[in-house]
Ligand binder design. Structure first.
Ligand code: HEC
Length: 416
């Protein structure tokens, strides 16, 4: 019975495709063997999973939200999607749930694979979709405090990749409780990721004053406090605003934005001028304080695995996890074990890389009683080298794997 039904389905699909073939002129001789066409089926997938980066003026090297610019990439799309390199969201769905992104769902991956190897049909022209533009409004609503980089910064033609720090004075006179932070990139085609830090020590200002031009570069050994970034932004990740948990922002503190610029082969040798803006969302004093704990792996031995753990001394609600991997790793698994032995899945990363730093926000906070243990198990690729890279959250870079766990102290999770 299933076979008959299956055959009927297939027959119908072939007929549809044949009809599509008559009305469409695809510029290719690949026979159409895909049930899915761009205008009806692939466009929404590309728009929702790829379009925040792969659109005109976006960080991706080509747009995938118009057929004309997407179909020449069919083969490459297939390889990147199969290799789990695109979209660059590394957390496995179903092992921990996250509110700021998701892996490509299996059904949608299948459609992409069938379309890209099946002649990538365009579909009925009458259904041609309108490519979305860059968002011009703050996705989380108008921020309570909006601050712009004090001066524009020019990324010159000869520089392909650069990290630069900018000081954004808040000018606040009282303590604030920050429930969320977001970034509106000035030059969206080259702003890869932005980490925001709070500095009330004046260190970043002093570094800025010493350096010619807007902002300052990476400085060895002369640091401002970078533990627990206030926010970590990149295109395609939804920023998060919490309901009743907040980070303290001392009066008059500076926000330091660490902006990672990177060009692709399409933007290489172009000049860009960036003046990004940040938006802060503010709660009140009754919000629970968000804090962070650091977990660092031991140095690598000859083994293919790295295992480490950390005990949780008080009751906490875990809010988010920000992993950093500076060694070629097959996967990283993070599990919390409660005092009664219950294992709570937190994060499973497949083929993580350093190119796309991401803070993974749990869909709902995870309550961990005092006496719980956070266990990390990583499997490394044979022959993998540890390349110590500067940590986004001030971790010792001699540890090949480290992560920071953000939590609110006390039991009873921050309600959604
Ligand atoms: C967070 C931003 C982002 C998202 C989301 C994203 N990409 Fe990409 N993609 C990039 C960037 C940037 C590059 C250029 C390579 C690099 O610098 O890492 C790239 C490269 C590619 C390439 C290789 C192009 C080449 O130059 O060979 C393909 C194919 C691709 N992406 C497909 C996709 C598909 C399909 C999706 C969605 C399912 C997707 N990407 C989602 C940012 C993104």
């Amino acid at each position: 019975m299933t076979t008959r039904y299956g055959r009927w389905c297939l027959g119908a699909a072939v007929a549809l495709v044949a009809m599509g073939g008559q009305t469409e002129e695809t510029e290719t001789h690949t026979p159409i063997a895909s049930r899915w066409n761009y205008n009806e089926h692939l466009f929404p997938i590309f728009r929702d999973n790829c379009g925040s980066c792969h659109r005109d003026g976006g960080i991706g090297p080509m747009s995938l939200v118009s057929y004309q610019s997407a179909y020449p990439w069919a083969q490459s799309i297939r390889e990147e999607v199969l290799g789990l390199r695109m979209p660059p969201w590394k957390a496995e769905d179903g092992f921990g749930d996250f509110r700021n992104g998701h892996a490509l769902p299996a059904a949608e991956m299948d459609m992409i694979l069938e379309w890209s190897s099946g002649g990538y049909p365009q579909g009925p022209r009458t259904l041609r979709p309108e490519p979305p533009g860059a968002p011009d409004e703050w996705p989380l609503g108008p921020p309570d405090l909006e601050i712009e980089m004090p001066e524009p910064f020019t990324l010159d033609t000869g520089t392909n990749e650069l990290v630069r720090y900018f000081v954004l004075p808040t000018g606040t006179t009282g303590e604030l409780f920050v429930t969320g932070a977001d970034v509106m990139p000035g030059a969206g085609a080259v702003v890869r990721d932005v980490a925001l830090y709070v500095d009330d020590t004046g260190t970043a200002r002093a570094l800025d004053a010493e350096d010619d031009g807007p902002g300052f570069g990476e400085v060895e050994g002369r640091d401002f406090p970078t533990t627990a970034p206030l926010a970590l932004w990149s295109p395609g990740r939804q920023s998060v605003r919490q309901e009743d948990a907040a980070r303290r922002l001392p009066a008059g503190a500076d926000i330091v934005a660490r902006v990672h610029y990177k060009k692709t082969w399409i933007t290489e040798y172009q000049e860009f001028v960036d003046q990004s803006r940040i938006g802060l969302y503010v709660g009140d004093e009754s919000d629970r304080a968000v804090e962070s704990m650091l977990l660092s792996s031991p140095e690598r031995t000859g083994e293919l695995t790295l295992t480490f753990s950390r005990d949780v001394a008080e009751d906490v609600s875990a809010l988010a996890i920000l992993p950093e991997v500076s060694i070629e790793t097959r996967d990283v698994q993070v599990v919390a074990v409660t005092p009664t032995g219950t294992r709570v899945p937190m994060l499973f990363l497949r083929e993580p890389d350093t190119a796309w730093p991401t803070r993974y926000w749990f869909d709902a906070p995870i309550d961990l009683p005092a006496g719980s243990t956070i266990e990390v198990n990583a499997i490394l690729h044979p022959g993998a080298d540890h390349m110590p890279v500067r940590s986004l959250f001030g971790a010792d870079s001699s540890a090949p794997i480290r992560l920071v766990l953000d939590y609110a102290a006390g039991a009873g999770a921050a309600a959604e």
